[in-house]
Design a protein around this ligand. Sequence first.
Ligand code: XLS
Ligand code: NI
Ligand code: NI
Length: 438
Amino acid sequence: MTEIFKGIPEIKYEGADSKNPLAFKFYDKDRVVLGKTMREHLPFAMAWWHNLCAEGADMFGRGTANKSFGKKVGTMEHAKAKVDAGFEFMKKLGIEYFCWHDVDLVPEADDIKETGKRLDEISDYILEKMKGTGIKCLWGTANMFGNPRFMNGAGSTNSADVYCFAAAQVKKALDITVKLGGRGYVFWGGREGYETLLNTDVKFEQENVARLMRMAVDYGRSIGFKGDFYIEPKPKEPMKHQYDFDAATAIGFLRYYGLDKDFKMNIEANHATLAGHTFEHDLRISAMNGMLGSIDANQGDFLLGWDTDEFPYDVYTATKAMLEILKAGGLPGGFNFDAKNRRPSYTEEDMFLGYILGMDTFALGLLNAAKIIEDGRLDAFVKERYSSFDGAIGKKITSGKATLAELAAYAEKMGKPELPGSGKQEYLEQLINQILFK
Ligand code: XLS
Ligand code: NI
Ligand code: NI
């Protein structure tokens, strides 16, 4: 097999003092943190679409990067070259998982039967490549947003024929996920939403989305898929209103339609911030509902209001995210870099630099979160903050046995309560800085 990324060595851990851009400064895969290696804590995944397909085109200009890997784009030779490139890339970085959409793997044909054949062929090739590498599939998904037929959505479309086409895509993508041993299957509802209520029956559309998900679960289980289904919430873009707005909305939807046992959340940092939340907020909401599945590791830009999919470099955010993930006992899924290089970073070396940045950022987040947990002051503060509920009346409330009249009688006897105690936010913020930078 000829080397594709010539001149790029295997990326090693060299430590924080290293001046080598092609080395990890913080991600030391065998280092043990809170009883597990970094590698076990951080199952990183490569996103097929950004890394092997996207060339950096934006609304104002075409791509700047060349992802042909020496073959004609749009051919099966090219699809195979992407597999070769992807596996060389993952091996050189020590990445053990990958994620894909059906149309990232092969060029889509006009006839879905032909696309299906191409997917069979490429997945045979991928399976062959996987042998002996330890590299695995994290999750698969069907792209039900790119083709013009999905302009009004897939599960939420107004066209029964388009709905059936979407069903066929989901079925095939599930077949390939199972064939590759994927841990999960994702529904990202990019076009499941609407532009105007004037032409939309929201209830009808949501019911149809739930029906498609139910059929996917039934089919997946029937072919032996044991992993989790994931919803990846996003509030907008491309649609103005998207049904899976955020974790809380998606969880409510899953519960309402009885899908909560089979689904978890795939939380993307940049989607959480588009919804007006922090990344850690959506992680907390998912975790407390027992639905923290996987994450799409990226970040947005403070000044831009869209999904910029940048490689994560914000260590504070990574720290707070890892705090949530550690407290939830880790992820059943993994850390998929749904991230792309900036358009002017167009070289093959830049592809590696992006992943090194992201992996080092999450390694730092892990180390910092472990320090915060080991320090213990933050957890102790939160526990103490609610300690009034450890008293007799508090216990009565939390046991669910109190009545409103009883509490009213207690309040009347008391006259007026003391103020609830300072939240000490500024103290906690300096505490975090102290732990991080001492
Ligand atoms: C787009 C989404 C998409 C999903 C997979 O914003 O992040 O890339 O992760 O369909
Ligand atoms: Ni994503
Ligand atoms: Ni996204």
